[in-house]
Design a binder for this molecule. Structure first.
Ligand code: PEP
Length: 263
């Protein structure tokens, strides 16, 4: 039986002082729940504050990205050893926003190359994370155009195959995969529950091929994309949806607490 997992992705929100107020209600609730794992993924500079605030409660700490080299002349980058030293045990990789695939275009199109994540760099990042004992939260999902062209399954299969092929399955024993349809992220357009369950089930069967049946049964597959208190319970009660990766709703302490309670 897989434990439910709710991960809050704060994206580029929350200074350290803002985090203090946001976390209080979450800390109390999580301390009372022993049947759901909760992770917060703050911006890099807010990680130390969140670590301090969650010291006495079982909230896991995650980062939103990592660079694959351990150190060196890579201006502006953060390495897996740095994340480990900051207390992170999880890290998001391949988020659609780092891939430059926005559900709602929030940046000028000519700057999209700045968000240049590829399946290959996702692969490298996973290698760096697992080498340091940090659990990757691998995001996969199709854009609206790909969905309209009925390419959802093919896009996700490619993303998973390139990200995971070549890694030792034993090192992936705490991998988390999040199905995040790009068109659902930050748009309020949540994926239909039956379709989310179908895709999460497909992800599990692709994982069977890539890491073996026993491990695939154990790994958690999350849904992400406009999850909020009002839709979380139905989504999380599906057999192949083991919780959620939550963006916008994780910034509102009451809403996030209600999502956790739904899990
Ligand atoms: C996300 O960014 O991972 C996400 C799911 O965002 P939102 O919940 O705001 O759609």
């Amino acid at each position: 039986m897989r434990r439910k997992l709710v991960a809050g992705n704060w994206k580029m929100n929350m200074t350290a002082p803002e985090a203090e107020a946001a976390i209080e209600s979450c800390v109390d609730l999580v301390s009372l729940k022993d049947n759901v794992d909760v992770i917060l993924c703050p911006p890099f500079l807010t990680i130390p504050k969140v670590r301090e605030l969650t010291k006495a409660c079982p909230i896991g700490l995650g980062a939103q990205d990592v660079f694959w080299m351990p150190k060196g002349a890579f201006t502006g980058q953060i390495s897996a050893p740095m994340l480990l030293a900051s207390g992170c045990s999880y890290c998001i990789v391949g988020h659609s926003e780092t891939r430059g695939r926005f559900g709602k275009l929030e940046v000028p199109a000519e700057t999209l190359c700045y968000f240049g994540e590829t399946d290959h760099t996702v692969h490298l990042k996973i290698g760096a994370l697992v080498a340091h004992g940090i659990h990757p939260i691998l995001c996969v999902g199709e854009t609206q155009v790909e969905r309209d062209a009925q390419m959802t399954d093919a896009v996700i299969t490619t993303q998973l195959e390139i990200a995971l092929t070549g890694h030792d399955p034993e090192e992936l024993d705490e991998l988390v995969v999040a199905y995040e349809p790009v068109w659902a992220i930050g748009t309020g357009n949540v994926c239909d529950t039956a379709e989310a369950e179908r895709v999460c089930g497909m992800i599990r069967s692709i994982l069977e091929d890539l890491v073996g049946q026993e491990l695939a049964e154990k790994l958690r597959v999350l849904y992400g994309g406009s999850v909020k208190a009002s839709n979380a319970k139905e989504l999380f009660s599906q057999p192949n949806i083991d919780g959620g990766l939550v963006g916008g709703a994780s910034l509102d302490p009451k809403e996030f607490a209600a999502v956790i309670a739904a899990a």
